[in-house]
Design a protein around this ligand. Structure first.
Ligand code: THU
Length: 131
């Protein structure tokens, strides 16, 4: 899949976001090494804290379907600045893909690209526990 195709999928997920509290939709498209793509959107909750971000929605869908080898993720927002993953999502990505490429989009589709070590330096991961 091309980068532009993956970006288009993440942008299309903005319409699936359930965000009646923040009114801040986020879409994600997570690409695996075998080319499989898992999508995600943020899903908010009246109790607030059960809210799950778009990135984690995509990761839990992938892992629960037997995929753990992630190569890149597109995160799309409708903000002026490209939407970067929150700290919790960075840590969740770190578990499975310590060097994943993270492509962040703003409302115009303009991108900034990071690697996970740039967004989460000196990170804690499974190897600390001997795994
Ligand atoms: N959100 C995401 O889905 N991903 C991020 O990385 C940033 C924040 C969501 C959570 C919440 O539903 C809304 O954006 C506002 O924080």
């Amino acid at each position: 899949m091309t980068r532009n195709e993956l970006k288009a999928i993440a942008i299309s997920m903005l319409d699936r976001a359930y965000c009646p509290y923040s009114h801040f939709p986020v879409g994600a498209a997570l690409e695996c090494s075998d080319g499989t793509v898992f999508t995600g959107c943020n899903i908010e909750n009246a109790a607030y804290s059960p809210t799950i971000c778009a990135e984690r929605t995509a990761v839990v869908k992938a892992v629960s379907e037997g995929h753990r080898d992630f190569v890149r993720i597109v995160v799309a927002g409708r903000s002026k600045d490209p939407c970067v993953p929150c700290a919790v999502c960075r840590q969740v990505l770190r578990e499975f893909a310590p060097n994943i490429e993270i492509i962040c989009l703003n409302s115009d589709g303009a991108e900034v690209v990071y690697t996970l070590p740039e967004l989460l330096p000196h990170s804690f991961g499974p190897e600390f526990l001997g795994l």
